[in-house]
Design a protein around this ligand. Structure first.
Ligand code: C2G
Length: 475
């Protein structure tokens, strides 16, 4: 018996899916369909299905080509499934062409079939939203209907050249929009002012310039329907302004929609996926400290490029929110975690309170931690060395060389002692992140200034715009 497998969401089951399943079954005698669970779809594909997993499973099981439906819960399960279900052939639509070739190493044939053109679950949702239907009295086949989509491009500058002709054919463009009313015609099409658009019928407006923020506000104030506006660039800092990627995909197609989706991040990280840290799940703390963690990820990339080896450390671990990323980024490095794990040194805290560098509430809050809570967050436990106590006494004669250190001890004296011990021991190409340098914890910046003047060194410094004003020191 020849066994075949394929994977998918199969939401709003349509003839494109059926074509795929039919051709998949033709490859063998037994077809397994790995159906994306609702959680997997939401977390990994940012897709909200119309039908639940159980409903989609019920529909698939009613199809005569399908012999077994199993859950798809993560991207990595394919190799295991092939073994577990003794699969001979893996099949996908060619929008995934090349993505799963590695499965051939499992001794499995990999086939990509042409997608059935222009139909997709997101297209169906869009059409129903717009009251368009395949069997309407208008005899347009859906691809012509797309060309009948009244699509406008906002912008007449250099970025338009990167979009039109490459991702959107000019014959699909009804016209252009520009605030510069002196522009009347562009690429052979009429140029409208934003206010003129209020009199126009439009299905989609693609903003192809770097003024997403201003244009978003302008649409809001003059009454352009933001549900139909797609920001192709610069679509925002932390929150993607494009609201419905089903609509974006309908207008732009899946491939270009994916490109646009990856553009919105503050920092184009290693994978520019925004919600992954070095390609892995990030955990809920991530979005609270996005810029520091994403900057750290880029520092990790630089350290790895330099191929330097050494230990890593954090002084001032608290609950391990940042230390977890350090440990994950350097799985081969000893990771020293310095903290009392019971709160600040009472004398130093008293001193900082007197100097007005912090408040009682601040001091109290930092007692809420313990070693177990920290270790629970660590991925490479075997690399963790707990150094409990007050710094620098907790060094306890430690000698090592470092490639990354995080100093997050909030108070002047501890930061100063941290720089004094670690800076000379960080290898060239290594980094120190000093947390709270630009914050209301005034002792931190004083410590750095004091270290530079007393040690007569000029540090290579780069302040970050993250939540707590981290200072990056490069060696
Ligand atoms: N498909 C097709 N023609 C269409 C639409 C979809 O051939 N008009 C194919 C897709 O290429 C895919 C399968 O039908 O092979 C299921 O499509 P989706 O539900 O969109 O699958 P997707 O969300 O891309 O999930 O791990 C792989 C993913 O789970 C695939």
């Amino acid at each position: 018996m020849k066994r075949v497998i394929t994977y998918g969401t199969f939401d709003l089951l349509h003839y494109g899916h059926i074509n795929l399943l039919r051709r998949a079954k033709e490859q063998g005698d037994y077809l397994v369909v790995a159906l994306s669970t609702d959680e997997f779809n939401w977390k990994e594909k940012h897709k909200k299905c119309y039908f639940s997993y159980e409903q989609r499973k019920q529909l698939l099981e009613a199809i005569r080509y399908v012999d077994l439906v199993i859950p798809e819960q993560n991207w990595e399960q394919k190799a295991k499934d092939i073994k577990e279900y003794h699969i001979d052939t893996f099949v996908m639509g060619d929008d995934w062409a090349g993505k799963f070739d590695f499965l051939r190493d499992e001794g499995c044939e990999v086939i990509y079939f042409n997608r059935t053109p222009e139909i997709s679950s997101s297209q169906i949702k869009h059409d129903f939203r717009e009251g368009i239907s395949e069997c309407s009295d208008m005899p347009y086949p859906s691809n012509q209907r797309r060309q009948k989509m009244r699509l406008f491009i906002w912008g007449t500058g250099r970025l338009v050249g990167k979009v039109v002709g490459k991702h959107i054919d000019i014959e699909c463009v009804e016209g252009f929009i520009d605030n510069d009313t002196s522009k009347k015609e562009y690429m052979g099409k009429r140029v409208y002012s934003p206010n003129e658009m209020l009199e126009m019928e439009y299905d989609a407006i693609c903003v192809a310039n770097l003024y997403a923020g201003e244009i978003y506000g302008q649409c809001q104030s003059i009454g352009i329907d933001l549900r139909k506006v797609i920001f192709l660039y610069n679509n925002c800092a932390m929150q993607d302004m494009n609201r419905d990627y089903g609509f974006v995909e309908t207008v732009l197609g899946r491939e270009y929609a994916e490109i646009v989706k990856k553009r919105y991040h503050v920092v184009r990280g290693v994978e520019a996926d925004g919600d992954l840290f070095l390609g892995e799940e990030t955990g809920e703390y991530y979005s609270n400290d996005y810029v520091r963690i994403k900057s750290f990820e880029l520092a990790v990339k630089e350290i790895r490029k330099r191929k330097i080896a050494g230990a890593v450390a954090e002084v001032g671990v608290f609950r391990g929110e940042f230390a977890q990323y350090i440990n994950r980024a350097f799985p081969d490095s000893t990771c020293y975690l310095f903290d009392t794990f019971e709160g600040f040194d009472a004398n130093e805290a008293l001193d900082e309170l007197k100097r007005g560098n912090c408040t009682n509430a601040f001091v109290e809050a930092y007692k809420q931690t313990n070693i177990g809570m920290v270790l629970d967050k660590m991925k490479h436990l075997d690399k963790i060395v707990i150094k409990q106590g007050f710094f620098p006494e907790s060094l306890d004669g430690l000698e090592d060389v470092f490639i990354f250190v995080s100093l997050d001890v909030d108070f002047e004296n501890s930061i100063y002692e941290g720089l004094k011990y670690f800076y000379p021991r960080v290898l060239e190409g290594g980094f120190i992140f000093v947390h709270d340098y630009n914050s209301d914890l005034a002792g931190v910046e004083k410590a750095v200034d004091r270290y530079e003047s007393e040690q007569r060194v000029r540090l290579c410094k780069m302040p970050l715009c993250d939540a707590n004003g981290t200072l990056v020191i490069m060696k």
